[in-house]
Write a protein that binds this ligand. Sequence first.
Ligand SMILES: Cc1cc2nc3c(=O)[nH]c(=O)nc-3n(C[C@H](O)[C@H](O)[C@H](O)COP(=O)(O)OP(=O)(O)OC[C@H]3O[C@@H](n4cnc5c(N)ncnc54)[C@H](O)[C@@H]3O)c2cc1C
Length: 362
Amino acid sequence: MGEKIVVGAGLAGLTAAINLRRLGYEVRVLERRDGIGGPARDMPTGELTYVMADGTPLDLKRIEDYTGIDISPACEPLEGTRIYSFGKRFDTRFPPNVPAYLVERGSRSASLDMHLYRIAVEEGVRFEFNHPLRTRRDFEALPPRSILATGLFRDAFQALGIPFVPVYGFFGQGMLPEEYRGPKVILYMDRYTWDYAFFSTIHGVAGALLFQRKRPLTAEAKRWFPERLARDEGLELPEWHELDVGVLPMGSFSNPRLFHERFILAGTLAGAQDPVLLFGVHGALVTGRIAATAVDDPEAGYREFRKVNRFWRLSYLNRRLIEATFPLGLKVISRAGFGLYPLYAPFALRYAFLIVPGWLRI
Ligand SMILES: Cc1cc2nc3c(=O)[nH]c(=O)nc-3n(C[C@H](O)[C@H](O)[C@H](O)COP(=O)(O)OP(=O)(O)OC[C@H]3O[C@@H](n4cnc5c(N)ncnc54)[C@H](O)[C@@H]3O)c2cc1C
């Protein structure tokens, strides 16, 4: 069998590459950077590499059955999250029927990206690092049915004309203080951003990101978040930086797409991310597998893709409503949602996560 090209060595690209190898193809992955690192690589912050912990609902058994990949060694159970909604604190726990995990992203050995990379190398996938595709001509030089999985980086969206919105960020990072005993994930929803700010920690590193799609963060917002983290949680991160987070596939109702021109898309570029909270790990793994299937059987791939993204438009509509009514809409929805959480979570949270591409549908 011939060679297949995958562009992007993140979650979706690596999952696709492993599955293509198992279908019998030679596989070459082209990656713009000098190594593995997913979305979290371009920002050396002092002595630390930019590390993020992504939280996500994940049924490990279903994911393994679907992708053929056991990711459990790279997953840490996540019991709950703390949420501050417009100043009011809520501590939530995931009910037993909603398994949730934290995964490290980035280039350290314990990250999910590195876990998938090691499996890909064992399977015989070949990698070409320092190989960015930037222009339309770069992409046109690829063979038909190449898989593009370039995440939230702008180049492929721009070169191929896929609608997107930019994301502006303010990022802090440091080692976690030894005495810290608080939750692993803290979310802030407030009038300073119509997205959210969050703190997460994994394997001794603490990261915090305030971000907003479409419009830049104000100076007031950038003062507010570090101050709140210090005051509410005693967390003082030594370094804060402006961060170009990248772009999101949320420019239009038609965004999720498995096929674009001669290419097969996966992960964020395919729109496999929930439009409200931006859960994307699940969708990247699932669509990585679907993209590999679509190389041989485009119709079967397309059917699967539609199934896993069934609730995307509804979720995108919700998102647009939040923007149109911000900040009042966000305040009412988040206060009610987290205030009533103990009542509905045990039976309804499992289904609320249907907004996550592929959740309960694989
Ligand atoms: C602010 C924010 C917070 C998030 N938090 C969460 C969370 O808590 N939980 C969750 O589930 N999801 C979260 N996500 C989403 C999640 O990070 C992504 O959906 C997921 O990483 C998508 O995987 P991917 O394979 O599509 O892209 P990535 O894992 O980003 O991989 C893309 C790869 O392609 C390479 N690449 C990019 N462009 C090119 C090019 N032109 N040429 C060659 N190589 C290229 C990159 O270097 C990278 O290695 C968050 C996203 C954002 C923006």
